[in-house]
Design a protein around this ligand. Structure first.
Ligand SMILES: [Zn+2]
Length: 230
């Protein structure tokens, strides 16, 4: 009981100390912020992000092309992570990408992510296990790696469809033919995908932020913007 009380006090103090300064998001468009309100709150409707540097280890049987793709992803997304460093390592990783025929979470034909956060605390990631089916081909494989990677940073699928983003992903909805042929047209991060990663890692937004609080801010911003147009 005493332990539970201590945990409760600790959790409450985390929330109190995390003041989110929404004004610093003013440079983003309504479209970007609205899309973020759909994809930025992965766990229990709360914002979860990396607080530690991300150390990625690649396991299983990756191809040379897979390694190139992952290095490109790191280079492309690193500037968007608000100072969090992201590197490839051989051991002591906290982010593992395995290329394997059999994903441990079932023989799923695409990719799977398993998240581990701190006990009772969904504000930050502790470890990410990401599996990519090594039978995937071509640009479908590239799209899948990038899509799963976005999950690994803390983005969820949007509820809306045909957004043309990699986080909604044609990899998710691709047909079995695409799976066999391995060719899809969307396999690059779109500006909207990147904007969402950047918003997620803005230092003015803290892990643990509730979706409802963000939407409240967004509605006020929408209101003010429409007022200005009149
Ligand atoms: Zn997904």
């Amino acid at each position: 009981m005493k332990f539970l009380l201590l945990v409760l006090i600790a959790l409450l103090s985390i929330n109190v100390s995390c003041k989110n300064d929404f004004r610093r998001l003013d440079n983003y468009t309504i479209k970007e912020l609205s899309f973020f309100s759909q994809v930025g709150f992965y766990n229990h409707d709360c914002l979860t992000k990396w607080k530690d540097d991300i150390n990625i280890a690649i396991k299983g049987n990756p191809t040379k092309r897979d390694m190139e793709i992952i290095d490109t992803i790191i280079k492309e997304l690193k500037p968007l992570l608000g100072g969090i460093n992201i590197n490839r390592v051989e051991s002591n990783e906290n982010f593992k990408i395995s290329f394997t025929e059999k994903c441990p979470l079932g023989n799923y034909p695409y990719g799977v992510v398993d998240f581990k956060t701190k006990f009772m605390d969904w504000s930050s990631f502790r470890y990410i296990d990401l599996w990519i089916n090594s039978n995937l081909k071509g640009t479908f494989r590239e799209a899948t790696i990038k899509h799963e990677f976005l999950h690994g940073l803390g983005l969820d699928h949007p509820q809306s469809r045909n957004t043309g983003t990699l986080i909604e992903s044609n990899a998710e909805y691709a047909s079995i033919d695409d799976y066999e042929i391995g060719m899809v047209s969307l396999y690059k991060f779109t500006p909207l995908d990147k904007a969402c990663v950047k918003i997620l890692y803005e230092n003015c937004l803290h892990g643990g932020l509730n979706r409802t609080d963000f939407i409240e801010y967004l509605n006020v911003k929408k209101e003010n913007t429409s007022h200005l147009k009149k």
